[in-house]
Design a protein around this ligand. Structure first.
Ligand code: HEM
Length: 57
């Protein structure tokens, strides 16, 4: 339930054995995935959009 930016950076950069998804998944799809996981399982996370994700690259 931290910042969606942290999850976005995880997808853009990757970490350890987790691959980067930059270039494989569009910023729009990344936003959709992040918003889904952060608003499922009873969670209520603030929404992120593709412009914020683009600004992190
Ligand atoms: C696209 C959907 C995905 C999302 C949203 C996602 C998100 C995350 C996040 C937020 C973490 C950090 C967890 C923490 O800090 O405790 C993480 C870690 C990790 N993810 Fe993913 N992930 C995704 C897909 C994948 C895939 C497809 C793989 C494997 C091929 C993978 C492998 C890993 C691994 C191995 C770690 C641990 C990295 C480390 O700390 O060494 N993830 N993931």
């Amino acid at each position: 339930m931290g910042s969606g930016v942290d999850v976005a950076l995880m997808l853009i950069i990757g970490r350890g054995e987790m691959p980067s998804f930059d270039g494989a998944i569009s910023s729009e799809d990344m936003a959709t995935i992040i918003n889904y996981v952060r608003n499922s399982f009873g969670n209520q996370g603030t929404l992120i959009d593709s412009e914020i994700i683009e600004s992190l690259k």
